[in-house]
Design a binder for this molecule. Sequence first.
Ligand code: MSP
Length: 498
Amino acid sequence: MSKKAFYVTTPIYYVNGLPHIGHSYTTIAADCLARHKRQNGFQVLFLTGTDEHGQKVLKAAQEKGKTAQEFVDGIIPRFKEAWAKLNISYDDFIRTTEPRHVHSVQHVLDRLHKRGDIYEGVYEGLYCVPCEVFWTDAQAPDRVCPDCRRPVERIKETNYFFRMSAYQPWLIAHIEAHPDFIRPESRRNEVLSFLRNNELGDLCVSRPKARLAWGIPLPFSPDHVTYVWFDALVNYISALGYPEDKKKMDAFWPQALHLIGKDILRQHAVFWPIMLHALDLEPPRMIFAHGWWQVGEEKMSKSRGNVVDPLAVIDDFGIDVLRYFLLREVPFGLDGVFSRASLIKRFNGDLANDLGNLVYRSVTMIEKYFAGSVPALRESDADAYAGENILPRLRTLSADVAGHFDDLDFIAALEAIWALVNACNKYVEETKPWNLNKEGRSKELAVFCAVLGVSLRAVARELTPFMPDTAAKILEQVGGATVKKAAPLFPRIEDEQR
Ligand code: MSP
């Protein structure tokens, strides 16, 4: 029987700087989903990559006195190192400068041009260079970019346009018919009300080469290069070998789950489905737009200069602590504030007091009472002696966690795991094993230690997608027939000022 396919993507990141906590967030969330699905038998394709064309990247290269190609080639290894350090298990990494991608984009352009969905026209209007976005006079009456507030330029030039307007009614109907297509619901409503209340213009998909040379040439007009977004979005199918690799396309399209930040919702929920529809392809299964990590009141971003370097955070706290914090602290979909104080609070509470403590005390007791060999669990005994909160949780944990993953509710998945951790800690306190030992009630003591052993293995299994190293460490200690004691997993951090 062939495995069920699961295709998850991150945005492809601009390479004008290194990834910060915001980029890490999307990538860690995708990684966690990919690991969970792999562990549950799915055939997973987890795609990430880099968006290497366009004005921003060219500018960053020029500032460093390099050609664009030299610049991007130099930065990609550092991107990959950062993802390796964060334990990101991507299956494919696509670069928009790769021949496979360029080929696919040119095919898309050519096909849409032949169908008459791309046509030549004159563009006149305002343009924000850093954002690479066109604005009308009405949108930018004060001549500054409505997004970034920097001055816009007036330009008039021959360009190519994608007939998006023709597909507006189709898109509205598609969103209406597929409640899970855009999530969370607030974002879906936002897109729907935008589409219902505004007439979509056609999308300018080219830039004159004279103004911007760093892009994919239009196959039918060598004087123009492709607009970065029209280039970038295609990555989700160029990585599947579109159009030639029919097998890979069939396996993974339209399964795609696109994880994005809310800043790039319109491109994904409006431009992209229409591009696909014009190509006679299905829209992706789901677009999930998460919120922003902020520092204080402001979005964390390169242009605001307030970015937190994930590698510095992991130097201080460890990879898994960052992964845990990002997915546990803020509901996926809402904004959150990144601070070391809240990270330390999670560390000392959930990780040191709850999880670390449970592992440490369980291993200690199994060593002490059973010379390190984990007693086997007989279900009939377990029902008689185990804390009533534990066994029902243990039996449904995997299914509960899987359900929360399908819902992209990372917090609920972690809460389900922690409910078992906390039930076990309570079980230790209520059972008072030291008394059982003193009174020679060895059968009860054996059930007690066996339940802890089984529970910790279940916890480690479900925790693996979130905290792969920690889960492996737990299994090193209690995964086998005999326990192997190790230092506490998360020694408390006393200095809250760190
Ligand atoms: N290159 C485009 C995406 C093309 S996808 C076909 C782009 N790149 S980006 O480098 O600016 O990265 C944007 C993504 O990074 C956001 O959509 C989001 O996933 C993530 N984040 C960047 N800053 C963020 C925060 N402060 N908080 C959370 N995520 C944010 O846009």
